[in-house]
Design a protein around this ligand. Structure first.
Ligand SMILES: Cc1ncc(COP(=O)(O)O)c(C=O)c1O
Length: 366
């Protein structure tokens, strides 16, 4: 008799749809035999890591026989200094994704509810279902988070609210005033995750710094990452900042060595290299303007974004995605986010953005 392993999994895991990552360049190369490929699918920094981070990586690579510092002492000290918080408030993660998962494992479970928005980052439903908690999804307002709709979903079973600011894949954002008004409504027993993976890219004046809100509200956890503007997506490192008792709970479910030694060293160098951050932000700002202009001249509607990516309306997105792949341009379909007529494109180098715009023009006129 064969075993039905799916029936052995927990109820939450049985309902899970695995995360769909952007297609790696190697895969497209294998599938279509293409060599000249532009990957604009995973919101990575086209400049990659800073020289200082690369030097730290080379240095840390000399000592791979040893376990990393499981407490992440040095990186926590640096981040604490930078953000004016105590090291005990920081939780390091194998990417900020790991921290989101730790939040779910520490604060969610069967009988508990998590609230997030329609079109919000895909890890929220996965982390919620994986621990058997119930997802309460608020209708979006013009693709952005509708905080009133989210507040209305709060019950006495609500344990966690996930808010991406800005949100991926929509690139929409919440202002200081909107978030402050919302946090006033949230009971103190509900953990609010402010996911700020794209924080450093946002240039809008009334965009809030979640860390200031976390100082005022003990139930707020801010998550940040080294995968985006710091260009270290491949090393997997991110962090959360919260009340120390919340960090203590996260630490209890954390794997002892969840952050590797190379990532710890690279992050330490990256976070201090403000010049690289500024260069990356400026490149992104110019690239966003270039892509916006290009899409306007192609008469393609798009959702305006403050991140390093943008969703463009293309109609049959699965078909357009495939045709772009054939031209060596990898974008990201977002049908899984309830947006089957959109493709998300990451802002790349000027030449990569142009390649995308030219390929899109060609595909749409076929
Ligand atoms: C909104 C948001 N949060 C968190 C993450 C997780 O990033 P990482 O685990 O690489 O830090 C991503 C990655 O795309 C994201 O878009």
């Amino acid at each position: 008799m064969t075993t039905d392993f799916s029936a052995l999994a927990t109820a939450g895991v049985q309902t899970l749809q695995p995360y769909q990552p952007g297609k790696p360049e190697d895969e497209l190369q294998r599938e279509l035999g293409l060599t000249d490929i532009v990957k604009l699918a995973s919101n990575e920094n086209p400049l990659g890591p800073s020289e200082k981070a690369l030097a730290a990586i080379a240095d840390a690579s000399q000592n791979l026989g040893r376990y990393p510092d499981g407490s992440g002492f040095q990186l926590k000290a640096t981040l604490a200094d930078l953000h004016n918080v105590a090291p005990a408030q920081i939780t390091l993660g194998n990417g900020s994704n790991d921290v989101l998962d730790l939040v779910a494992r520490a604060f969610l479970g069967p009988g508990r509810e998590a609230i997030f928005s329609e079109h919000a980052f895909a890890v929220y439903p996965i982390a919620t279902a994986a621990v058997g908690a119930t997802a309460c999804v608020a209708k979006a307002d013009n693709y952005g988070h509708d905080l009133d709709a989210m507040a209305q979903l709060i019950t006495d079973k609500t344990s966690v609210i996930f808010i991406a600011n800005p949100n991926n894949p929509t690139g929409t954002w919440l202002s200081k005033g909107e978030l402050k008004a919302f946090l006033k409504l949230v009971p103190s027993h509900v953990i609010v995750v402010l996911d700020e993976a794209y924080y450093e890219y946002v240039e809008q004046e009334n965009y809030p710094n979640g860390l200031k809100l976390a100082k005022r509200y003990d139930n707020v956890i801010v998550t940040r990452t080294f995968s985006k503007i710091h260009g270290l997506a491949g090393l997997r490192i991110g962090y959360g900042i919260s009340h120390p008792e919340v960090a203590d709970m996260l630490n209890r479910v954390r794997q002892p060595f969840n952050c590797n030694s190379v990532a710890l060293a690279a992050a330490q160098a990256a976070v201090l290299d403000e010049e690289h951050v500024v260069r990356s932000r400026e490149l992104n700002s110019a690239g966003l303007a270039q892509v916006r202009r290009g899409l306007q001249s192609l008469n393609r509607p798009f959702i305006d974004s403050v991140g390093n990516f943008l969703c463009v309306h293309v109609g049959d997105a699965a078909l357009v995605y495939q045709k772009l792949l054939e031209k060596g341009v990898i974008t990201r379909p977002v049908a899984g986010y309830g947006m089957p007529e959109y493709l998300r494109v990451t802002i790349g180098l000027e030449s990569e953005n142009q390649r995308f715009l030219d390929a899109l023009e060609a595909v749409l006129s076929e």
